[in-house]
Write a protein that binds this ligand. Structure first.
Ligand code: 7PJ
Length: 290
């Protein structure tokens, strides 16, 4: 009978400390992070334009930061199907007045446009959150030479039509291949590994079934070596599962947040920061990491 040899013992190594470099902010990744959503669009997906006024957006951002959001994500272009397209100029007119007044916070700008990225970074943004993973010409160049973090997200198709019968042979495989390639391109452009986060893009060219499959197998993205961002807050999959309208999806969103954490998400993009903070506290205790 074959006897298995004992493996040579390795000296105990301290757990590798990882962090996300967001401009002048170094965000430790030992504990999950919260990215609080502040929409600055008149027709945004879930705030219905309530925060269009810069004043309101600024106070909303401040409140989310006080509630525990480490990152504030501001967006000036709605990705809702059918939303009116905006020009670079309009997008900047929406976000710059907000950005200028919350420069002390770690601000992420949700944009696909290189010109907006450049202006936002010059105005103090610390992260670029791009739903099309820096695929626009000159997007990589716009961010590479800066110290900002990037969130590379998977989307199938374009916002206007992406929810029209999206199909995949293997949704998780396809998302993973896309993100691996996006990370490779970003690294090749000179973006350090400690500046890159990835996001499967829940709801972006995906049905509720696709989203649930990704959620179930989220851990498969871990091997890409970048922290995983999950944006499930108030999304239509929750509406589909619970029958609830946008303003009644808090409980569903919190359930999704917990599942995302359990699947390996390290950054949660949410509208309800205070409540999601409690989910993280419970999960941390369960994982015995707190
Ligand atoms: C996401 C996003 C997301 C990232 C939006 C909404 C729709 N950025 N921007 N991930 N969703 N990284 O807020 O529900 O899931 S816009």
């Amino acid at each position: 009978m074959a006897v298995r040899k004992a493996r040579p013992r390795r000296p105990l190594q301290p757990k590798k400390k990882t962090s996300l470099q967001c401009g002048r902010f170094t965000l430790p990744l030992e504990k999950p992070l919260l990215m609080g959503v502040v929409n600055v669009t008149p027709d945004s997906f879930s705030d219905g334009g309530r925060f269009f006024a810069a004043e309101a957006a600024v106070s909303h951002a401040r409140r989310l930061a006080e509630e525990g959001a480490e990152i504030i994500d501001i967006g000036g272009e709605s990705s809702r199907p059918g939303a009116a397209p905006v020009s670079d100029q309009q997008e900047l007119e929406r976000i710059l007045p907000v950005l200028e007044r919350i420069g002390d916070l770690c601000v992420s700008v949700d944009t696909r446009r290189p010109a907006v990225m450049k202006a936002a970074l010059a105005a103090g943004a610390s992260m670029i959150n791009d739903i099309q993973a820096l695929s626009e010409p000159y997007a990589l160049e716009a961010v590479a030479g800066t110290g900002c973090a990037v969130c590379l997200m998977h989307m199938k198709g374009q916002p206007a039509t992406m929810q029209h019968e999206p199909r995949y042979d293997d949704v998780v495989g396809e998302v993973k291949t896309f993100l691996r390639e996006a990370v490779r391109k970003a690294r090749f452009a000179g973006i350090g590994a400690d500046r890159i986060a990835i996001d499967p893009g829940f709801g972006f060219g995906k049905t509720a079934r696709h989203n649930l499959e990704i959620l179930r197998k989220l851990g498969e993205l871990r091997s890409l070596g970048a922290p995983i961002v999950a944006g499930l807050s108030r999304k239509s999959t929750i509406g589909h599962l619970t029958g609830r309208p946008l303003d009644e999806r808090l409980a569903g969103s919190l359930a999704m947040a917990l599942l995302a954490l359990q699947g390996g998400a390290r950054i949660l993009r949410v509208h309800d920061v205070k409540e999601t903070k409690d989910v993280i506290a419970v999960w941390q205790a369960y994982k015995n990491e707190s």
